[in-house]
Design a protein around this ligand. Sequence first.
Ligand code: ME8
Length: 516
Amino acid sequence: MASAAKTPFYITTAIAYPNGVPHIGHAYEYISADAIARFKRLDGFDVYFLTGTDEHGQKMQQTAAAQGIETRALADRNAAAFRDLQRALGSSFDRFIRTTDDDHTTASQAIWQRMADNGDIYLDTFSGWYSVRDEAYYADDELTVAPDGSRTATATGTPVEWTEESSYFFRLSAYGDKLLELYESHPEFIGPATRRNEMASFVSGGLRDLSISRTTFDWGVPVPGDPDHVMYVWVDALTNYLTGVGFPDTDPDAFARFWPADLHIIGKDIVRFHCVYWPAFLMSAGIELPKRVFAHGFLFNKGEKMSKSVGNVVDPYTLVEQYGLDPLRYFLLREVSYGQDGSYSHEAIVARINADLSNELGNLAQRSLSMIGKNYDHTVPTPGALTDDDAALLARADGLLETVRAEFDDQALHLALEALWEVLAETNRYISAQEPWKLVKVDLDRAGTVLWVCAEVVRIVALLAQPVMPDATGKILDLLAVDAESRTFASIADRLAAGVTLPAPSPVFPRYDTKS
Ligand code: ME8
């Protein structure tokens, strides 16, 4: 297998609750994780990209009951909607896992058994507050009490209900010091750093044992040896990351190769589950810990939280249809600082499409290629001796791989794009200063060198922008006659070959006409 020689890279998204249809926040997570997965593949890694749906728990059962359908039917319908959306967004996932898949039951019971064998699970009675919407337990000091006595979780505003039942507990309290040691010795385990500080302060405040089973409903993975209990949905949900690569023994080779995961991409609201509960479960089960968890921010519509009651929940398909997939992918990853909250609006999307895509990249490519077409019979001109300006610009373009790789490895996707667009801006200044449209009339060789430099920068930027805009950059690379084998990052160092015949150029990024 050719990929065996490559370094493995295992990336996951959160698995969404399919109690409703996906929204733009989900789309944002998929697009960003997909860009990272594509980047690593193009950079020579053997990538495994896992995503899927989190189908158990009380919320799913209650939603289905309210709609008068079987829980399984609700899960089937909406899991399909999530999978279809990912396809529509160009997500290059390797597996779409559903927590109702058979191998996932086996994996969840296996990790449970290992935690039990390690003496970390005991039976007791749980009494406390539970938010079905968050599928989370809250302590008294995490609640807000309204004048009428009703309680909501302060962090999320969701209602909580008093719950009292027989439950298995996980000895989370025994893991506080180990978790703090983990954050200390592996500061890269949680990104961005603000989230690490939040978790360190949460854990320092003392951890209580966690209720990990329920008896008042049955939509979940049965607890091994006690089928009256189903697992707390987060125990099985987190385990999906193990199931997806063959744990415990459905695919030992894949598990040995891809575990521990390199990167869990999640949203900021589920950091505690991934950075406190998950490493504690794994430590207990004697399984290696993932290398990094990165929490992106939330996406808001014109700065407002999306909510059904406000009526501003945007269907991702509508945005794809209105702006095109690649412009939307570019906008979300360029406009929002990855790791922080961000906002989108029609005006902001149009501004990015017109300024960055249509002007900065599209016009540069179109101008250079049409001058080449017209003056050099559609063949790449042979560059002559390079001036200092030519060499300086090419050197900047050549340095991009290193910069962009470092930004992607830091999940600073917006800074990677910024670096690419800075070089495009520089190239546009260069072409204005060199005026090849005048040079072609007086010095065809020099004009050819200038146009070759421009086309070469466009090639390098297009190669590096592939993870974010796979289709549009593919078209640009077609226009530059770059063959399919020469589109990985290993080919960046190859120069655009002179004498190659180019197809007739056509614009790749039309302006968005606000009047239409
Ligand atoms: O949390 N902006 O599922 P989920 C950006 N099943 N991201 C958002 C968002 C927004 N407005 N709203 C949600 C769950 N997300 C669990 C995960 S993982 C083992 C189990 C993100 O459907 C959210 O932060 O509520 C999460 O990463 C993902 O969408 C799925 O959210």
